[in-house]
Design a protein around this ligand. Structure first.
Ligand code: IMP
Ligand code: MG
Length: 176
């Protein structure tokens, strides 16, 4: 089925929002260092732009996880595809994710990371779909709350496509 993308937030809006998040995080972590954990692949575009807007010292590491279980819903049983390169013990960690949907993946992942004894751990998501939440997760920093629609761009994909769009859009399916 063919699809097209309807623009939801412009590139300028997203850029400004990321700047705001950077300012907020820089204030909250004044006098400290921030260790960003970017969740591949979706959060990579957002994490890089966010890191550029943080004025306290930043280190960055990457993790790739997959939620497996039945069908299209994530089960929350997180399988680590690529683990972190560095230990996080004693670090002020910010987990950067593209979107929080059911919350299953992130809630499981946050528990796992907490068990590695970071100094602190917070979650930052570019997008949040609160209507879809099944498991409660504490999201400290959110770019935008979005309705229950399938969104792409700025790292988010539909069937691995559209990650490279510099704006955020909604996938709409054509009739024929
Ligand atoms: P959950 O919070 O465990 O249900 O899963 C979150 C993951 O589902 C995100 O990291 C995305 O990879 C994917 N996801 C959820 N909603 C969307 C969307 O609207 N567009 C693209 N990916 C999505
Ligand atoms: Mg993802």
């Amino acid at each position: 089925m063919a699809e097209h993308i309807k623009k939801m937030m412009t590139e300028e809006e997203v850029t400004n929002k990321i700047k705001e998040l950077g300012v907020l995080i820089s204030k909250d972590y004044e006098g400290k260092e921030v260790h960003i954990i970017c969740i591949l692949k979706g959060a990579s575009f957002f994490a890089c732009e966010l890191a550029k807007r943080i004025t306290v010292p930043v280190t960055i590491d990457f993790m790739s996880v997959s939620s497996y279980g039945g069908g299209t819903e994530s089960s929350g049983h997180v399988k680590i595809i690529k683990d972190l390169d560095e230990p996080i013990e004693g670090k002020n960690v910010i987990v950067v994710e593209d979107i929080i949907d059911s919350g299953r993946t992130l809630s499981h992942l946050m528990d796992l990371l907490k068990s590695r004894n970071p100094e602190s751990i917070a979650l930052c998501a570019l997008l949040d779909k609160p209507e879809r939440r099944v498991v409660d997760v504490d999201v400290a920093y959110v770019g935008y709350q979005v309705p229950d629609l399938f969104v792409v761009g700025y790292g988010l994909d539909y069937d691995q496509k559209y990650r490279n769009l510099p704006y955020i859009g909604v996938v709409e399916f054509d009739e024929n």
